[in-house]
Design a protein around this ligand. Structure first.
Ligand SMILES: O=P(O)(O)O[C@H]1O[C@H](CO)[C@@H](O)[C@H]1O
Ligand SMILES: [Mn+2]
Ligand SMILES: [Mn+2]
Length: 395
């Protein structure tokens, strides 16, 4: 059948076991869901994800979450083909645009040429300039920034330039301007950077700094149309919730909502579900990633999953027979793993509609573009040919 509304929900960084190419990324053995489950030693309770088949899709069930005999929908995994393991790669690939050429990364900090341009434009001195955890670097350099007004610039294993600025010292507007300028100088050919990320924070001293929801990602413009553009061009209504708008630089999105948190994101989902439309709502919930995955905090990660699961219950109750829910992730970020970077993992794929009469496995889908191809197929819109729809398998 076809569906009137499709909700595509990305649980940012909720991976489900090392991908076959994980060793290339030094991520052999990573397993976000598996290690969160182990940390909770049987006390991770996610009954709604469970009945959708979250453990059925795994070789080894999540501890405390046994596989169910008959899931209420379809379950599988997806494997990424993009060169990187960042959010942009994952989401673009889902929408039919794998990022095959590796983007620029800066394991030894940024080259002089980028630094001097940023210093000249901003009139501020740059400090930091290395791959680092964002919370650690503000704890280390935030007080210095409060005294001198210097700019904290750092990166990670991903193709990112991150700029941290205390909101009282460098006003948001100025921070965004600097980020826009940074965006303009790394669009290739020499340096092609996936994202410039504004990282504003507040607080009186290093023990009390907190990053604010004014984070903003300035992503590379998609190099060609993605599935969301194809949908929009065909007159299918498109809604973006959370980071989606940033990740596609606003392309293809009719109605957008910024999230303050996962729970705020779920409020937006509840709201969008009350609207009458024919179309696709694409949602990203980023707290799993930003607050717990990169912080290597399995306790927080599991609690966030349980909180999310409760809200998922409401969504399942509110769904209409001609609604389809697809749940997946953009990469892993195993809080039980070394380092602070994303991890190259399979991602879960769950599909549910109240009108489904059957259930079963969707197997391993690759590339992630199968996700978008299914949405296009549902709305009878043609795309760029990447990905295979699994719509016909949903019965
Ligand atoms: O440590 P923080 O600042 O959260 O940065 C993280 O956020 C970026 C985007 O997910 C990643 O590339 C990683 O570096
Ligand atoms: Mn992500
Ligand atoms: Mn991340």
């Amino acid at each position: 059948m076809t569906y009137k509304r499709v909700f595509g929900l990305v649980l940012d960084s909720v991976g489900t076991g090392a991908a076959p190419d994980a060793d290339k990324f030094n991520d052999g053995g990573a397993d976000t869901l598996g290690h969160v489950g182990e940390h909770f030693a049987g006390k991770l309770k996610i009954p709604n994800l469970q009945k959708l088949g979250i453990s059925n899709l795994r070789a080894v069930p999540i501890e405390g979450v046994p596989a169910v005999e008959k899931p209420i929908g379809y379950y599988g995994k997806m494997q990424e083909i993009s060169a990187g393991k960042d959010s942009m790669d994952g989401h673009w690939e889902m929408m039919g645009l794998p990022v095959k050429k590796a983007l620029s990364t800066f394991p030894n900090g940024f080259p002089e040429e980028i630094l001097s341009k940023l210093e000249k434009f901003s009139g501020r001195k740059i400090i930091g300039n290395r791959p680092e955890s964002g919370t650690k670097i503000i704890a280390e350099l935030g007080e210095q920034q409060m005294k001198t007004g210097d700019l904290i610039v750092y990166t990670s294993g991903d193709s990112v330039i991150q700029i941290a600025a205390h909101e009282d010292v460098i006003p948001l507007k100025e921070l965004y301007k600097i980020c826009e300028y940074a965006r303009s100088i790394v669009n290739g050919p020499e340096y092609t950077v996936g994202r410039i990320i504004a990282r504003p924070y507040v607080g009186p001293d290093k023990d009390h700094f907190t990053r604010t929801a004014n984070r903003h990602d300035f992503t590379l413009e998609p190099t060609s149309d993605t599935d969301i553009d194809f949908l929009q061009q065909a007159g299918v209504h498109t809604v973006g919730v959370g980071k989606i708008n940033d990740i596609f630089s606003g392309h293809g999105i009719d109605e957008g909502y910024h999230n303050e948190s996962n729970m705020d994101g779920m409020d937006h989902v509840d709201h969008v579900m009350t609207e009458d439309f024919t179309g696709f709502c694409f949602i990203n919930l980023v707290d799993f990633d930003a607050m717990y995955g990169h912080r290597r905090n399995p306790e927080g990660f599991g609690n966030a999953l349980m909180e999310f699961d409760k809200r998922l219950g409401t969504v399942l109750d509110n769904m209409k027979p001609d609604d389809l829910l697809l749940i997946t992730a953009d990469h892993g970020n195993d809080p039980g793993f070394r380092g602070t970077d994303h991890t190259r993992e399979f991602v879960p794929l769950l599909a549910y509609s109240p009108s489904m009469k059957e259930s079963g496995s969707l197997g391993i889908r690759s590339p992630f573009a199968d996700f978008g191809a299914t949405v296009l197929d549902n709305f009878k819109v043609s795309g760029n040919g990447n990905g295979q729809s699994f719509l016909d398998e949903l019965k």
